[in-house]
Design a protein around this ligand. Sequence first.
Ligand code: GLC
Length: 465
Amino acid sequence: MKAKQVILTAALALAALGPAAMAQTNQTDKVETKEQRDARMAWWREAKFGMFIHWGVYSVPAGFYHDKPVAGIGEWIMNRGKIPRVEYQAFAKQFDPVKFDADAWVMTAKNAGMKYIVITSKHHDGLAMFDTKASSWNIMEASPYGKDPLKDLAAACRKHSIMLGFYYSQAQDWNNGGAGNSWDPNPDVTMDDYIDKVAVPQVREILSKYGEFPAVLWWDTPHNMNYDRAKKLYDAVEKLRPNIILNNRLGGGFKGDTETPEQHIPPQGYPGRDWETCMTLNNTWGFKRDDNNWKSTETLIHNLCDIASKGGNYLLNVGPTSEGLIPQPSIERLAEVGAWMKINGEAIYGTTATPFGGELGPAVKAKDGYGHDTTVSSANDWRCTSKPGKIYIMIFNWPASGKFELPGLQSKVKRAYLLADHKKLKFERTESGVTLELPAAAPDKIASVVCVEIGDKTAKVAGQK
Ligand code: GLC
């Protein structure tokens, strides 16, 4: 059979099997070897901790419409308040972030121990936070600011060795004719027009204007996406930046590289998949002036340990004001997390999941940051991460007995020490594992870390694979 005939026969055979089989021919996963994937994901797996930034025109109303608070997350105010397009667009005239200092933002992230930033280049309201030819609804033309803040941010990230990624709302666009606007839709634009004339060209633009960045493209809410629409976006990205990291929210069946649990930490992580919990510092992503429900530094550090112990990354959000300032309560908490990371960061960066597992406890029902049902780990005494030849024990509740058991650890222990002072700890092999002898007082009241150097590359634990 000639090649052409083979293809024709194969296509006919698939067609005979019906639409389900035809759909399987859609390519929805990147074609690459494990080695290629590992190389592509390497910086991200090492980084572990990143800053999410939700910033746009929604920081002007800041949660209020006609002086009344609008319930829900701040960047959704146009939707939740059913604000007509013309009225919403008028907010841009007050969007003049003269206090925006890209260096200061990047240093806030860096001093927190974060290694990457993902910022909204366009959220669901459709305002491009960059110079674009595809729509006049952009920060250069619609706001008095008239500058591209992503350019400054890219330069600052480059200067301070922080990786930069862009969030891009590819499906929902309430001003340019994309999905999601039921209260004042643009009658002149179809979803396909929007994809062809706004989304695809803008994705090309953001991939072409900032040198080596973005290193991540963070899609969101794939409403009304189908394979054909998603494929256009996917192909545009593949062509310009084949090494980029894509999340799992493109839609159309595309798997992407990372799972993105939102506002919660899955009880067991996603074994075999890269994943990243994104979470707010208060209740909102985009700035709301009446949201003061800040998470404690203790919660943030415990979350970071919990996520790392399950093999994930933590993408923690700040929502800057319309003046361009990261809220002070965010800055304070991030600085405290950074102080902890300075001493204990080696237990987080470049680590993989716990070799134990029992310390997570059985999964229990809980509510996520939106009040939706979810499940979380039930136990909160300690967490563990791994590196070749080492495990890190992150202790939240310091034992009054001064003894701490590593349950079922079979690997030979070479040395154990606290990251706080590097002084050697005594340890003893028991029938059920290895017991560490700890000083009377915890060096850190939130989480104290013991590094245990072991004789195996990967810890051997009884009852674990
Ligand atoms: C969502 C929301 C959004 C936010 C995002 C962050 O799905 O639509 O406003 O940007 O989650 O993960």
